[in-house]
Design a protein around this ligand. Sequence first.
Ligand SMILES: [Zn+2]
Length: 94
Amino acid sequence: MTGKTRSKLDHYGKCPVCNCNWDGGSILDTFLEQKKKGHWTKETEDDIKRYVHSSYAAPYRWSNLIAIEKQGDDYISSHMCPECECEFPLFTEE
Ligand SMILES: [Zn+2]
């Protein structure tokens, strides 16, 4: 096998370098919390659930990883740990 493959980085797991947790919690919980504080006034909880499922990808959680775009590129090339600032390339050479 040659070429590039997408690295299997767990965006909601722990940093393999500094062991900090990248799981930023449930997206739905965040929005439901916002609703309690007065946002999302027109939407019901079911509306918000549908919105999360149509607008985000499974597992519908926030990741603390920082997406890095190289200058001049318009795509994400790697992710950076917010704690130790280690970079993890999105694609790895086979
Ligand atoms: Zn780290």
